[in-house]
Design a protein around this ligand. Structure first.
Ligand SMILES: O=C(O)c1cccc(C(=O)CC[C@H]2O[C@@H](n3cnc4c(=O)[nH]cnc43)[C@H](O)[C@@H]2O)c1
Length: 207
């Protein structure tokens, strides 16, 4: 089985890079734009049976704990839309896009592949943002709207490209911080990356 591992930064998958020399890796850079460009470019000339995106993420407190490693069952572009007189509407709500136009289902980007069920990790609902914010009210609105457990800056872009290209995929995220926490001394990046890579190496070994 031909597998590609995708990450926004080399830092997030350093333990994997250092120990698994035969794994093919793509570092996209942080954010939606860089992810879509670099992943699509890679897929123009290469075929993979499975693509795994791995990275850290912020959590909305409640369901999971810092350091938890999760598999994402559904992701959404949470801040792509129109803000008018203080009220935000997605492209679907504004009427620019049909919420069931492929690859969207009800405005979201689920992982439909059977691979997800074979992964022994808790499944999470995610949102993806262009702009990380410490605005508590804004973050709470996003969490309520999408029932999201975690937030990243690339996940939905990854789902979008893989669904469009009809390639099986997995998004694996470990929790490094609470969404909106900008004091990096309160992030648990080291343990999040350690746990993420341990699980990633197990998954690759089991495939
Ligand atoms: O400052 C550092 O030392 C540092 C080291 C490694 C990574 C970072 C990042 O800022 C990584 C950004 C990366 O992580 C995802 N992420 C993590 N937490 C959140 C969040 O609360 N909201 C959205 N994204 C988050 C994101 O996908 C970025 O790619 C810093």
């Amino acid at each position: 089985m031909k597998v590609l591992i995708v990450a926004a930064t080399e830092f997030e998958i350093k333990p994997l890079i250092q120990t698994q020399k035969n794994v093919e890796i793509l570092i996209t850079g942080i954010g939606i734009t860089a992810t879509i460009y670099h992943l699509t470019k890679k897929l123009l000339t290469n075929h993979y049976d499975l693509i795994i995106q791995a990275g850290i993420a912020g959590m909305f407190p409640g369901k999971f704990n810092p350091g938890a490693v999760l598999v994402v069952k559904e992701d959404s572009f949470a801040d792509v839309g129109i803000e008018e007189k203080g009220a935000f509407q997605t492209l679907f709500e504004y009427g620019f896009l049909d919420k069931n136009e492929f690859p969207f289902s009800d405005g979201k980007l689920p992982n439909p592949s059977g691979v997800l069920e074979k992964i022994p990790l808790s499944a999470a609902t995610a949102i993806t943002v262009n702009m990380v914010s410490d605005n508590i009210a804004r973050n709470e609105k996003s969490r309520e709207k999408y029932h999201s457990d975690i937030e990243s800056m690339e996940g939905a872009a990854f789902h979008y490209v893989c669904l469009q290209q009809k390639i099986d995929f997995l998004q694996i995220r470990s929790i490094s911080n609470v969404v909106g926490e900008r004091d990096k001394s309160r992030w648990t990046i080291d343990s999040a990356i350690r746990n993420l890579n341990n699980e990633l190496i197990k998954i690759i070994g089991d495939i």
